[in-house]
Design a protein around this ligand. Structure first.
Ligand code: 57M
Length: 359
């Protein structure tokens, strides 16, 4: 909004020219959403408590009973901050930015339905797994369909980390691959969101890493120097990433152990879905499993646990899946598990960034 309504007065008041710079608008999009969540957080938490929108705790698994009733659906606060900040600081004529908002809100709506039904039914039975998956695939398909069929500058090639000259063109298969990445990331973040700050920390770190890839890919000189795919006008998505990072850190202010609020599926599905979409936009689909390795390990632990349980007639590899519950049952304090997962996320993000030079 500021870009569209204030930049025109730059000839009268020249400092307004700064609004044309993505870096400037990204910094203030970050600060706006950070301050928005920190200031409104306490009021939002009180409102959720008044509405009795508290977490129902499944009776199995590590002793989380003390968490019963913790306000959930904090993803609504994150979303309000992101949308407000992007509307204020983003260029609303940029199709990539609008597609990020579409994916973020679409996945958030699926998660909201799940959260609301779980709370109203006073059990963990939200929408069915099939309905959730259908909603996720529908939103991802619409976004990818628009990109592939209506954006001539968007290619269906796949970038391979470490090998700059290998860029296979998947053709229409890329549509299914991209949908798998987006929906898979959404569900991986959802699985990971099982301890205080465990999802929002690595998500914020991973999106910070992807934001750099986005900025580089949309900057012709930098893209050429780094020998990555140049996508005109893509750098504007940096503003969205910055808004989400700010909102994520602002949410972490309250979700940090011991959490005053959980993000709910409305938060985890939307953050995961748009994280996957941002990786697809930047043509860094295979960088995502590196930068978001925490989510990959969490998901693989569940797949291995369920598969082995079925094959072995009831035996388990881990004490409990996802992986964070295994450490919990081993007696590692929750806050120690969380911080160590964050440290591992930072390590993986730096490895992902290093691939820009190891090519
Ligand atoms: C998403 N949700 C948390 C909160 C958060 C197939 C199986 C692996 C599915 C998985 C599952 O149910 N996943 C659902 C994880 C839940 O968090 C809520 O959900 C939102 C995210 N979607 O925002 O609203 C609980 O996590 C705790 N929590 C915190 N702090 C936070 O900041 O402490 C969440 C956020 C909350 C709270 O206790 O209630 C969750 O864990 O359900 N199932 C599991 O993860 C279960 N694992 C399991 O059954 N493993 C089996 C098989 C199936 C692999 C095994 O190992 O044999 C664990 N989860 C629970 N109980 N609740 C263990 C049992």
């Amino acid at each position: 909004m500021f870009y569209h309504f204030l930049l025109q007065f730059a000839d009268i008041f020249s400092p307004l020219n700064v609004l044309q710079y993505i870096t400037f608008r990204s910094i203030y999009a970050f600060l706006t959403s950070l301050i928005f969540t920190i200031i409104l957080g306490p009021f939002f938490i009180s409102w959720l408590k008044k509405l009795k929108l508290g977490q129902y705790i499944k009776d199995c698994g590590p002793a989380h009973q003390l968490k019963e009733g913790t306000p959930t659906m904090g993803g609504l606060l994150i979303g309000a901050a992101v949308i407000t900040s992007v509307l204020l600081w983003g260029r609303l004529d940029n199709s990539y930015l609008l597609l990020c908002l579409f994916v973020y809100i679409g996945f958030g709506f699926v998660g909201f339905l799940d959260d609301y039904l779980k709370i109203k039914r006073r059990n963990n039975a939200g929408i069915s797994g099939k309905s959730k998956l259908f909603g996720q695939v529908l939103v991802a398909s619409c976004a990818m369909g628009f990109l592939i069929f209506f954006d001539p500058s968007y290619s269906t090639t796949l970038s391979i980390p470490f090998f700059k000259n290998i860029t296979p063109d998947l053709g229409w298969l890329y549509l299914f691959f991209a949908i798998f990445v987006i929906v898979g990331t959404s569900n991986a973040v959802n699985l990971t969101d099982g301890l205080d700050g465990l999802a929002i920390g690595p998500s914020t770190i991973c999106i910070s890493c992807l934001a750099l890839f986005i900025y580089f890919a949309g900057h012709q000189q930098i893209a050429s120097y780094l020998q990555i795919t140049y996508i005109p006008n893509l750098s504007e998505v940096t503003v969205f990433c910055a808004a989400l990072i700010g909102a994520g850190l602002g949410f972490l202010w309250f979700n940090a152990y011991p959490a005053q609020i959980f993000m709910g599926d409305v938060g985890s599905l939307s953050i995961g879905g748009v994280m996957g979409f941002i990786a697809v936009l930047a043509k860094q689909e295979l960088i995502l499993p590196i930068a978001g390795g925490v989510f990959v390990f969490e998901t693989i632990s569940v797949i291995l646990q369920v598969s082995y349980f079925k094959m072995s007639g009831g035996k388990r590899i881990f004490r409990m899946a996802p992986l964070h519950h295994h450490f919990e049952l081993k007696g590692v304090p929750e806050s120690k598990i969380i911080i160590r997962f964050w440290i591992f996320s930072i390590l993986l993000a730096l490895v992902a960034l290093s691939t820009l030079k190891l090519r």
